[in-house]
Design a protein around this ligand. Structure first.
Ligand code: FAD
Length: 487
């Protein structure tokens, strides 16, 4: 902390930056660090190098070693592969930030826009082994000491965003919060592609770019992309978070990494008999909070008065007016209490962003998947590469915990695509290769992807065991090139 090194104020500020626990504090300490070291964060191309030169502090050096190792990968061509590219990333969720990091390592100028002012999601993400290895390589443990200690393989969304935000800033990515993307503005006169923002006077509104990454989450579909709906049988998810006081008693309680009904019929039968709660599955992770995610049967939600009236349409069924929140809190509490054998001593709800008990009910009946991952739009001779990553590419079914793993795979694939774009590969080839790789994404599992995690890079061949980069031909992606023929 500051008292450990009173001699140099920038060392103390660096410590505050590393330890900051809110988005606001991260940005505040980062700005202070830049002022103290007299570095302009807008000088993206030399920001990281200058920072390293000026912050001569052992704690920072340990981090530089990690980041330097990553940056030295030949894929990035010494940060020159995309030196002429300007990328706008929509969304500072885990996948938007992870993509931004890769783009900046490729040498591109990267601007991230996030409509929220704070990172407040307590919910916990399951991490596949490669994501743990990847995040350790970015210095996650330096920012968050508890990161995946022992056999832990999860992290809360908020902490993951904080880690990735810090790495992004150190690498020269511009991250703006409290600004909403409202659409693309086509080139006019000398201007290239720009974004319509709210507030309209925001400085990022003048940023001109040739790559647009949409990482806006679940239902965010940018103009030009089509989504397929994957409709399954009715699936109602409930997430809840309880305060973790990190006591010895709490430490004793075992996590439940996925009790699916078919594997443990006895457990679910007892739960039903004793509490009238009927679940398909339940997961419990001990993280910053005690986090539970479960899939509940409609009949039991109706019986327990959580859902007031039965509707066949999931939207009407889960509409706020049809949900008794007090009953939902009791349902989530009792399921958590029972499934941990009553051993979590004092189950007190953590608060969500609105200061309410952190319990939410979601509809998983209908999942969205983009029909294609990319397209190129050309207006007035100016081309724009558009790519989807994260939940807006493929929406995950949370209890399976595939979201962030497949999200990161798509982030790397997207960075690989931007690399080809930056290196002048013809746009139809860029699109055909990206769509070839995208075909694999929904089938990926920890088992069928490479186990050589240390060898993972943005090159798809390092990650997918069998990948055919030309399974889709250029003549099959003509429709993904949208050109204004009158110009
Ligand atoms: P997100 O994390 O959703 O990030 C998208 C970001 O884009 C958000 O920060 C959003 O504010 C921003 N954004 C959207 N539109 C705009 C705009 N127009 N302008 C500027 N910014 C914009 N997964 C699990 O495995 N378990 C869970 O319990 C779980 N709970 C979740 C709870 C919520 C409320 C949400 C939204 C998602 C949850 N997920 C959960 C999904 C998980 O968070 C994602 O799989 C993971 O975060 C990767 O998502 P992403 O980066 O693609 O999108």
């Amino acid at each position: 902390m500051a008292s450990q090194d009173p001699v140099n104020p920038s060392h103390a500020t660096f410590n505050l930056f590393v330890q900051a626990q809110t988005c606001k504090d991260v940005k505040h300490h980062f700005a202070a660090l830049c002022r103290q070291l007299d570095i302009n964060p807008k000088d993206f191309s030399c920001f990281y190098v200058t920072l390293k030169e000026r912050l001569n502090y052992w704690k920072a050096k340990a981090l530089w070693t990690k980041l330097d190792k990553r940056a030295a990968h030949p894929d990035y061509k010494q940060g020159k592969a995309c030196i002429k590219n300007k990328c706008l990333v929509l969304g500072a969720g885990p996948c938007g930030l992870r993509t931004a990091i890769e783009l900046s390592l490729l040498g591109a100028q990267v601007v991230v826009l996030e409509k929220r002012e704070s990172f407040s999601r307590n919910n916990v993400l399951h991490l596949w082994p490669f994501t743990i290895c990847d995040l350790c390589g970015l210095g996650a443990k330096k920012f968050y000491g508890r990161f995946c200690t022992g056999s832990l393989d999860h992290i809360c969304i908020r902490q993951l965003q904080l880690v990735l935000l810090k790495v992004s800033l150190l690498l020269g990515v511009e991250v703006h919060t409290g600004v909403e993307f409202q659409g693309l503005i086509e080139p006019t006169g000398d201007n290239g592609w720009m974004a319509k923002l709210q507030p309209g006077s925001h400085p990022a509104a003048t940023f001109q770019f040739d790559v647009f990454i949409s990482a806006g989450g679940g239902r965010f579909v940018p103009d030009g992309f089509k989504h397929k709906e994957l409709r399954g049988k009715l699936a109602i998810g409930i997430t809840t978070n309880f305060i973790n006081r990190h006591t010895a008693a709490e430490a004793q309680v075992a996590e439940i990494s996925g009790v699916a009904r078919i594997y443990n019929q006895k457990f679910f039968q007892e739960l039903l008999t004793e509490t009238d709660i009927d679940l398909e599955n339940i997961v419990y992770y001990k993280d910053d909070t005690h986090y539970f995610v479960m899939t509940a049967k409609k009949k039991s939600l109706l019986k327990k008065g959580v859902i007031k009236q039965d509707y066949s349409n999931a939207e009407e069924l889960l509409a706020p007016a049809n949900v008794d929140h007090e009953a939902l809190y009791r349902y989530a509490h009792d399921a958590a209490y029972f499934s941990t054998g009553g051993k979590l001593p004092d189950l007190q709800f953590a608060q969500n962003h609105a200061g309410q008990p952190d319990v939410a009910m979601f509809d998983f009946t209908c999942m969205q998947r983009a029909e294609h991952a990319s397209l190129v739009r050309e207006r007035r001779g100016k081309k724009l590469l558009m790519c989807l990553v994260g939940d807006c590419l493929v929406e995950p079914f949370w209890p399976l915990g595939t979201g962030v793993a497949r999200g990161f795979l798509a982030s790397f694939d997207t960075a690989w695509m931007v690399r080809s774009w930056g290196m002048g590969v013809p746009h139809l080839n860029v699109l055909a290769e990206r769509e070839s790789i995208y075909q694999l994404l929904s089938q990926t599992t920890p088992e069928n992807t490479s186990k050589n995690y240390a060898g993972y890079s943005i090159d798809p061949k390092t990650r997918y065991k069998r990948v055919n980069l030309s399974s889709i031909q250029t003549n099959q992606v003509q429709h993904l090139y949208d050109v204004d023929k009158s110009n």
